[in-house]
Write a protein that binds this ligand. Structure first.
Ligand code: 4AD
Ligand code: MG
Length: 477
């Protein structure tokens, strides 16, 4: 008999003579009530075991974590908390679990403990919910762009271009570390390396995506990216997933409209599909916040916060306006910021971004027109000659969630900028071809997928929203 998913059993509209369910025992109470979970939903199905007619040998093996198959009648439940339950006629232990050794005991575990057990933490309610939400969000990303006629492009993970400057890179090599070949100058001879040149893991698919936008019009990437920065924060991963749309003929305003519409769509889509999981995560967050001082608690519950993003436009503020606000802010005057903002041109730290979003505007903010010298070489220079058409989207509790820009489409201006920054023209010749042949205004952005999952799930550490996080000093599993 084919087993039925717990999700479908709980949604049943009638009682059923015989059903089969397979899953893992969450708890077994009074030698009679199994809470069975199969991952299809947050909710367990209660399975009532006929303990008088079940051998002791079997009852002893129904322990937290064990895999079981139960067959029986689906009946309306008399107990509180569930509509249907299974009156078990036959139970089979598929895989035993030693109750004294199984780390995921039915009690509250710290997030640190769960991180050390990342291969088992998904068997808890919270991580099951987070990973289902993550999956639905990923699908929503594709749904949004596909509906709008964007082409999904898979840009390379291994790249020979290391000029973007988005972050420190991980080198990819097959050279023997203990016997590195040297050239005549005594330097490492990368001609002997696998690709015949020095290569890295990509920090972004943007430059390749731009070449595709210049033919297909609207494209997006969604793949893993790698940064070897030593940032041990709750918002940085060494391996994370990024979504990068790139659109021909879009200027910076179109780019902001796209980003805002996109974010609102994926959040709405996920709220529609993941009601139970998000309600659970909202409760988890409320619990967690009880242990925090009043001032640090968020003013809105999770679902209200998500609705707020759907119902309110993102506030669009120029870098110059933001600097004025920050310069005159209380934490700046009282020297409460670690980095005091004195003048125009200062790079914004996350403390400043969070002040703007959480204290000043109290809504998502799009900052635009940044000073050219704190942004990447490919951003479109404004007529003022000192700012570029960059935009960062800042979210409450997260800080920067999106970074993007209108691209410099003028060949001469771009080459001049590369010269100033010492970027090798030869190496990026293929990129410059987009400006040599049929160049056009175009724009795009990158959204850090895990930062989005953080926001939607209300989790606070980015290590808790990716199955197996990679961070400095940590590549377990
Ligand atoms: O601002 P970034 O560096 O922009 C780019 O890479 C551009 N090439 C994007 C583009 O225009 N196509 O990164 C984009 C986003 C950030 O806003 C942040 O959400 C996320 O990627 N991000 C990280 N997420 C997790 N861990 C890290 N170490 C991250 N670095 C960036
Ligand atoms: Mg950025």
């Amino acid at each position: 008999m084919k087993h039925t998913k717990v999700k479908d059993l709980l949604k049943s509209t009638t009682t059923l003579q015989e059903v089969n369910a397979k899953g893992w025992v969450r708890t077994f109470r009074n030698n009679q009530f199994i809470a069975l979970n199969d991952g299809s939903t947050l909710n367990n199905i209660q399975c009532v075991v006929d303990f008088e007619n079940t051998p002791d040998e079997i009852l002893k093996r129904i322990t937290t974590g064990a895999a079981v198959s139960v067959t029986g009648e689906l009946v309306e439940s008399k107990g509180a908390g569930q509509t249907y339950e299974i009156q078990v006629k036959k139970i089979e232990i598929l895989g035993d679990s030693d109750p004294d050794k199984f780390p995921m005991q039915p009690k509250k575990h710290s997030l640190e403990f769960l991180r050390e057990n990342a291969h088992l933490r998904v068997r808890t309610n919270a991580f099951g919910a987070i990973m289902r939400v993550r999956s639905v969000l990923a699908f929503a990303v594709h749904s949004y762009f596909q509906k709008k006629g964007f082409v999904y492009v898979n840009t390379p993970v291994i790249t020979g271009a290391d000029a973007e400057g988005a972050g420190e890179m991980f080198q990819v090599t097959s050279l023997p570390m203990d016997k590195l070949p040297k050239n005549e100058e005594g330097a490492i001879d990368y001609k002997k390396d696998f690709f015949g040149k020095h290569t890295n893991l990509t920090v972004s698919g943007q430059l390749e995506a731009e070449t595709y936008a210049m033919a297909l019009g609207q494209v997006y990437t969604f793949g893993p990216t790698f940064r070897a920065e030593n940032s041990n924060t709750s918002r940085h991963l060494a391996e994370f997933w990024m979504i990068e749309p790139e659109v021909a003929f879009n200027d910076l305003n179109d780019n902001m409209d796209l980003a805002e519409d996109f974010i609102q769509y994926v959040i709405k889509y996920t709220m529609d599909k993941c009601g139970d999981d998000l309600k659970f995560l909202e409760g988890r967050l409320l619990e967690e916040e009880k242990s925090k001082p009043q001032a640090e608690r968020s003013e809105l519950a999770l679902l209200d916060k998500l609705n707020f993003v759907l119902e309110n436009n993102f506030k669009r503020v120029s870098y110059t306006e933001a600097i004025d606000i920050l310069r005159n802010s209380t934490p700046n005057k009282k020297k409460k910021f670690n980095y005091i903002i004195n003048e125009w041109g200062a790079d914004l730290q996350s403390e400043h971004e969070r002040f703007l979003v959480e204290k000043h505007f109290k809504c998502p903010v799009i900052l635009f027109d940044y000073p050219a010298n704190i942004k990447a070489f490919y951003m479109r220079l404004n007529e003022d000659g000192k700012t570029v058409r960059a935009m960062d989207i800042l979210f409450p509790g997260i800080g920067e969630i999106v970074g993007g820009s209108q691209r410099e489409e003028r060949y001469d201006v771009l080459v001049e900028k590369m010269k100033v920054l010492g970027i090798d023209e030869e190496e990026l010749s293929w990129y410059l071809d987009t400006r040599r042949f049929g160049s056009a205004v175009h724009s795009g952005f990158g959204l850090g997928f895990e930062r989005l999952v953080l926001f939607v799930t209300g989790m606070t550490n980015i290590r808790d929203v990716i199955p197996f996080p990679r961070t400095p000093g940590n590549a377990e599993f």
